[in-house]
Design a protein around this ligand. Structure first.
Ligand SMILES: Nc1ncnc2c1ncn2[C@@H]1O[C@H](COP(=O)(O)OP(=O)(O)OP(=O)(O)O)[C@@H](O)[C@H]1O
Ligand SMILES: [Mg+2]
Length: 463
């Protein structure tokens, strides 16, 4: 039986062309409604399998009002819109659509979006989350592939359970979390647990690639396709064929490449520069420490790509929200670095553990790891007597007291970079420089400093 679709769109020409695309592809378009009131009566009568909803419609009510009703009625729907701002995004998000398409779109985009929406509706991916066994009733059984992911807190094990569930599927996963929370480690673990584990795992950091090279880096190029292209080059997607690609710092992907990337995700096809389209079979994992919704609202990230990626978000909590994991992690890193240093494992006194627990760890696990490593290196005997803590001395309490509201991830990152820069007299590279302390590449740090507008403050301070 044909899949029945209702189009809710007030622009006649757009609605008609959508209808032609769908009919040619074998769908049954039961009706075109121009207002929410008309749409509701059609829904009552026709019971469509999926509704395409334009946000701005005739009459008082918007597509978002209709979205709320469709969500309650458990009918799959996808939004269509020509533009998006923060308000629309937030309102739309709360109705949990299966997708969001930005006009103008090509026939292929529409059809693939429909496939995805229908797949999501049938498999109810968001429902997986509700089915996580509660910790009280079942001990969490984690696979050996996750053994280097240390942590027993409820918040963290819930994330691991989700990661375990999504690993064997081919779904793309968006890993969110502050810097140093373990996004990359989780991404790799997901690959190791998937059926693609014997195939390539390719990591691309979208934040460190020069923008003029990203396209060729990702999609490849043919010999002679631009000045300097002296030989054919395989892009990262091609290298990852059959396996997994991990796109780190996806929030940094330039706007002009976002649409290309969206098409790769949807059509599973790449187009090398100067070459012909080529089918590929790659699973995409992406990560960012940015608030992507804020990026969408600011016009720096495409809403359709956001929705496509956000099919399965994994939010890794910051370390300060799972303090019970600190002793376990500390012990893990002590073992690791004692072995590396060929030392007897130093013991942590209770007071030292308390000190670790009381710190707010703005750099999360990476900062804890670096701190422990430094202390193991410095330890004389089997004891760490006086723990050397990170340079920024603010405690969780003083942070909580310092403002009425919690900081956003971006504010937090900015403050953290500022604090580190201050502590090393604004030295960025080299020994004792901020890049070393923050354990990031100098280029990455420079680009963050620029993006976060920290430069301005330097000149403000100087003047
Ligand atoms: N749960 C964990 N157990 C053990 N080690 C961890 C865990 N999470 C993170 N780490 C370690 O902490 C360090 C930082 O982790 P990772 O690079 O995955 O973080 P990230 O979220 O990708 O950071 P960024 O946003 O800065 O790229 C790594 O050395 C990693 O091995
Ligand atoms: Mg990372």
């Amino acid at each position: 039986m044909k899949v029945k679709i209702l189009i809710v769109e007030d622009q006649f020409i757009e609605a008609k062309s959508l209808s032609v695309i769908l009919t040619n592809a074998g769908y049954f378009v039961c009706s075109i409604a121009r207002s929410v009131t008309v749409a509701l009566s059609v829904i009552e009568k026709e019971k469509p399998d999926l509704v395409l909803v334009d946000i701005f419609l005739q009459g008082e009510e918007t597509g978002i009002d209709l979205g709320k009703i469709l969500h309650e009625k458990n009918i799959a729907f996808v939004y269509l819109s020509a533009n998006s701002n923060r308000q629309i995004l937030e309102a739309a998000k709360s109705t949990q659509p299966y997708g969001f398409m930005v006009k103008p779109f090509r026939a292929k985009d529409v059809l693939i979006m429909l496939d995805v929406a229908l797949y999501l509706h049938q498999h109810r991916l968001p429902e997986i989350k509700k089915n996580i066994p509660s910790q009280k009733s079942l001990p969490v059984q984690l696979p050996p592939e996750f053994k280097n992911l240390i942590g027993k807190s409820k918040k963290f094990t819930e994330v691991l359970e989700l990661a375990k569930m999504v690993s064997p599927l081919d779904t793309s996963v968006l890993i969110l979390g502050e810097s140093g929370t373990g996004k990359e480690l989780i991404a790799h673990s997901i690959h190791k647990l998937s059926s693609r584990r014997h195939k390539p795992y390719i990591v691309v950091n979208c934040g460190t690639l020069p923008s003029n090279l990203i396209e060729s880096e990702l999609f490849g190029h043919e010999k002679g396709s631009f000045t300097g292209a002296t030989a054919r080059r395989e892009g990262k997607f091609e290298l990852a064929d059959g396996g997994t690609i991990f796109l780190d710092e996806i929030g940094e992907l330039p706007l002009e490449l976002q649409v290309k990337f969206l098409r790769v995700l949807q059509e599973k096809e790449i187009e090398p520069i100067g070459g012909k389209p080529k089918k590929i079979n790659v699973r995409v994992l992406a990560a960012t420490n940015k608030d992507l919704e804020e990026e969408v609202a600011a016009g720096r990230f495409r809403i359709d790509l956001y929705y496509r990626l956000n099919v399965f978000p994994l939010l890794i909590p910051p370390l300060r929200q799972r303090k019970e994991d600190i002793p376990l992690l500390a012990e893990h890193f002590i073992k690791k670095y004692s072995a590396e240093e060929g030392k007897v494992i130093p013991v942590l006194a209770k007071q030292t553990v308390d000190e670790l627990r009381n710190y707010h760890w703005p750099g999360n696990i990476r900062e804890l790891e670096n701190t422990i490593q430094r202390n193991v290196v410095l330890a004389k005997g089997a004891d760490i007597e006086k723990l050397e803590m990170p340079t920024s001395k603010m405690t969780a309490k003083s942070i909580a007291n310092s403002s009425d509201k919690f900081k956003t991830i971006i504010e937090n990152e900015r403050d953290h970079i500022m604090a580190v820069l201050e502590s090393c007299n604004w030295k960025i590279s080299g020994k004792g420089g901020a890049a070393e302390i923050l354990d990031v590449n100098v280029n990455t740090l420079n680009s963050r400093i620029k993006k976060l507008g920290i430069e301005k403050e330097i000149s403000a301070r100087k003047s």
